[in-house]
Design a protein around this ligand. Sequence first.
Ligand code: ATP
Ligand code: MG
Ligand code: FE
Length: 344
Amino acid sequence: MVLGIESSCDETAVALVAQDRTIVAQSIASQDAQHAPYGGVVPEIAARAHVEVLAPMVERVLADGGMELGDVDAIAATAGPGLIGGVMVGLVTAKALAMAGRKPLLAINHLEGHALSPRLADAGLRFPYLLLLASGGHCQILEVRGVGDYRRLATTIDDALGEAFDKTAKILGLGYPGGPAVERLAQDGDPRAVALPRPLKGSAEPHFSFAGLKSAVLRAHESGLHDPADLAASFQQAAMDCVIDRTERALQQAQGMTALVVAGGVAANRALRAALEALAAKHGLEFAAPPMKLCTDNAAMIAWAGQERLAAGLVEPGGDPLSIAARPRWPLDPDAETVRGAGV
Ligand code: ATP
Ligand code: MG
Ligand code: FE
């Protein structure tokens, strides 16, 4: 049994996950209401909110699972990448629990949590798979060759896909977080109504770019000529066209993939899931996506990444050192060629 803690952005989450993939208990507290007035996550507010709810949440999740700290095999917490204040709150809490309970600490990469989350729900999903990791801070395509073995094929040279959804929502006055609101509004619009660019579509390397698309949405909105639903639908269509083109390019570069997999918050988008499923079918690949609740940030994926690391023998006896530091940046593939202007 692994206790997982997630606090890298604006969700405080705790979960207990067994080796057999059972989510024994879990809790998620969203801070959306606290950040909504600012139209995005305010790091200082986030860190404070994590402090307020985390310790009681750990107690409640243990109680819900009918367990005590002594029954747990290890304590896993996100150690990065993310907003450093929030990551520190979760990691320090995990260290205190590890010390008090004499349990191994597992310092988990949040992106590894997303990357392995599809295997939590689907025991049949095997390595190696091609992963589109699309979230609020990242948009990458990776070969997931095994636990701890990731090769990055593509990243964004400017905005992440979730960020593009959030900025579009802000332009259209839909509030924060924007992804689900844009998806909902797009259902009532015509995806061909507004001509928008498809940045990097057709380019040789499978990288992403969404900043120009967002600027075009802003200009189209300011023209006053377009219905917001048409604009939302046209934005979503343009973004999907880019993602499918880029993912298909990556598929051509990848070797021996068994499945096409999507994870991260934007994996909750139905249009994206449907388009990727069709792409997978075209290439004769399995398609996998986590259930909706495991797409956006949660602690079950962090606990599960801990289980995967333990099972793969990647954890030192006694766990990670209690001196380990929170990391604002932490690439999954440290060998990845850096793209000018891109995040990790
Ligand atoms: P990272 O994982 O890169 O550190 P994060 O943890 O903030 O970023 P996640 O919680 O994984 O991000 O994902 C949140 C993002 O997913 C937000 O940008 C949100 O708008 C987007 N998102 C959530 N649901 C949908 C949806 N249905 N359609 C499009 N985007 C969505
Ligand atoms: Mg969030
Ligand atoms: Fe995330």
